[in-house]
Design a protein around this ligand. Structure first.
Ligand SMILES: NCCC[C@H](NC(=O)CCC(=O)O)C(=O)O
Length: 442
C-alpha cells in the first residue's frame, strides 16, 4: 500500500487583516494596523498549493472559519439579528478584531495528527488544538473539529478526540509543536512533542508566552495511543521563545528521517539527541544550523525553518519550500547555498511568496497540516478536500469573485464585509463538497 504525506493548506479567509493580536509573535506585533490584501493572501496560498501539486505531491485544502465569529459573540451575551450583533460588537473594537481574525489559515495549529502506523488501534488520530494562549485563536477548535470530522469520517480509519480541556494550563497549539520521524511514511514513526513550559510552574525565564505545555503534549500522546518507547518530549529553549519562536516550527522542521533545526531551539539539545537516537535507532539525520551561521534573530525574521521539507518524486534529496524573506537575510542566503553544496539530505530550495501570511508570522509550514494517508484512506475522505487541476482553478476564480484587495482593522465592523464573507464561504462549501458547515448555514 502506498502512503502519502498530504499537506492540507488553510485558505486565507476574506477578513485577513493585521491586528497585532499575538504577543510574542514578532511579525504580528510589528505589522499591526498595516493595510492587508486578503485577495492577494488567498491567491499566494493557492499558488503555493499549485506549486506543490506541480511537484507531484498530493495537496489538500481546509476551509477558513466564519468571521466575525457570531457564535462567540452570542455566547458572550450579544443578541439580535446578525447585523445588530455586529453593530453592538463594533462598539468594542478590541473584541471585534479578535472575533474577526483570519488566523484559521495557519492549519499547522489546527490539530495534532498521529498517522495510523504509530497508533495502538491502527487508526489515524486527530486532536484539534485548543489554542488556549490567545483569545482570537481559542475560538477555533469547534469549527476545526467539525471540518476534520467532515473530511475524515469517524470510523475504522479515522479517530477524533475533543480538544484538551483545562485552558491555559493545557495549552495546545497542534502540529506546529509536533514532528514525526520515519523511514517512509507508511512505516512506524517516532513522535517528537515540543513544549514551551510546564503546566503547573511559573517560568520566570520567559518574557513571551510559552504556548504549549508538557502536560498537554503528554495527554495527546496518551489519547492517540502512541508507543511510549517511540515518543519523545522536549522543551523549547527560553532563548528561542524570547527571540520570537512562539511555536517550535519557527525553529525546526522534520521530514522522513531528517530533522532540520536551529542549534538553540531546545533547552537540552544533548538530551534530546540521546532520546531521539534511542527512540529511532540508526538512521536519524540531524541537520543542525549553528548559531554562528544563522542567529536566532535571522532565523525568526527569515522563517528559514518554517519551510516545508518535502520528498519530491524523482528527486533523490529533499526539497525545502521557503518563504521569499530568506532572500532578504544575507546570512540565511549564504547558509542555504552551503547547505545545498554540502551534499547532505537537503538538496533543493524553492522560494515562494507568502508575504501576506508572513506579515502575521505565518510561513509556508504554518499554512499546512500534514496528514499521512494511504491510497485507501484517500478514497475514504468525506469531502473534495484533495485538489486537482479543476478544483484549484475553481478556487482561484472563487477568490477573485469574493475577496477584497484592501482591509484595515477598522473596516471589520462593516456589515457588507460580513455578508461578503458569508457568501464566499457558502460558495466554498459547495466547491469542496463540505455540505452545510458554518453556523450561518444552519
Ligand atoms: N503558525 C503561525 C501562527 C501565526 C498566528 N498569528 C496571528 O494570529 C496574528 C493575527 C494578527 O495579529 O492579526 C499566531 O500567532 O498564532
Amino acid at each position: 500500500m502506498r502512503y502519502h504525506e498530504v499537506n492540507f493548506d488553510g485558505l486565507v479567509g476574506p477578513t485577513h487583516n493585521y491586528a497585532g493580536l499575538s504577543y510574542g509573535n514578532v511579525a504580528s506585533a510589528s505589522n499591526k494596523g498595516r493595510v492587508a490584501n486578503p485577495r492577494e493572501g488567498v491567491l499566494q496560498g493557492l499558488a503555493k498549493m499549485r506549486h506543490l501539486m506541480s511537484l507531484g505531491l498530493v495537496q489538500g485544502v481546509l476551509p477558513p472559519h466564519e468571521r466575525p465569529h457570531l457564535p462567540t459573540l452570542r455566547a458572550l451575551g450579544f443578541q439580535g439579528r446578525d447585523a445588530e450583533i455586529l453593530s453592538a460588537a463594533a462598539r468594542h473594537p478590541a473584541l471585534l478584531v479578535n472575533v474577526t481574525s483570519a488566523a484559521t489559515m495557519w492549519t499547522a495549529n489546527a490539530a495534532t495528527v498521529s498517522p495510523a502506523p504509530d497508533t495502538a488501534d491502527g487508526r489515524i488520530h486527530f486532536t484539534p488544538a485548543n489554542l488556549a494562549a490567545m483569545f482570537h485563536r481559542a475560538i477555533e477548535p469547534d469549527t476545526t473539529a467539525a471540518v476534520l470530522r467532515r473530511i475524515f469520517p469517524e470510523g475504522d480509519r479515522f479517530a477524533h478526540h475533543d480538544p484538551l480541556i483545562g485552558g491555559h494550563h493545557m495549552g495546545d497549539e497542534g502540529a506546529a509543536n509536533h514532528c514525526r520521524f520515519s523511514d517512509g511514511y507508511g512505516a512506524p514513526g517516532v513522535a517528537l512533542f515540543v513544549y514551551g513550559r510546564n503546566a503547573f510552574e511559573t517560568d520566570r525565564d520567559l518574557s513571551y508566552p510559552g504556548r504549549q505545555t508538557r502536560e498537554a503534549s503528554e495527554a495527546i500522546a496518551r489519547q492517540h495511543g502512541l508507543d511510549p518507547s517511540r515518543t519523545v518530549f522536549a522543551r523549547q529553549s527560553a532563548k528561542a521563545i524570547n527571540a520570537g519562536a512562539f511555536h517550535n516550527d519557527v525553529v525546526a522542521v522534520s521530514n522522513g528521517p531528517v530533522f532540520f533545526h536551529h542549534e538553540e531551539a531546545f533547552a537540552d539539545p544533548d538530551g534530546l539527541g540521546r532520546d531521539l537516537n534511542a527512540a529511532y535507532g540508526d538512521g536519524l539525520q540531524c541537520v543542525t544550523v549553528p548559531a554562528d551561521r544563522v542567529g536566532l534573530q535571522d532565523a525568526v525574521t527569515s522563517y528559514l525553518f518554517n519551510s516545508q521539507l518535502v520528498s519530491v518524486p524523482g528527486r533523490e534529496r529533499m526539497t525545502l519550500i521557503l518563504p521569499g524573506e530568506v532572500n532578504e537575510t544575507p546570512a540565511v542566503k549564504d547558509y542555504l547555498d552551503d547547505l545545498i553544496a554540502s551534499g547532505g539530505p537537503i538538496g533543493h530550495c524553492e522560494i515562494l511568496d507568502v508575504r501576506q501570511s508572513m506579515r502575521n508570522g505565518g510561513g509556508p509550514a504554518c499554512l499546512r497540516l500534514r496528514v499521512v494517508l494511504s491510497e485507501d484512506d484517500l478514497k475514504a475522505l468525506g469531502a473534495q478536500a484533495i485538489l486537482d487541476a479543476d478544483c484549484i482553478e475553481q478556487l482561484e476564480a472563487w477568490a477573485h469573485r469574493h475577496y477584497r484587495d484592501r482591509l484595515l482593522p477598522e473596516d471589520l465592523g462593516d456589515p457588507a464585509l460580513m455578508e461578503e464573507g458569508m457568501a464566499a464561504l457558502d460558495d466554498l462549501t459547495g466547491i469542496l463538497g463540505l455540505g452545510s458547515l458554518y453556523a450561518f448555514q444552519k
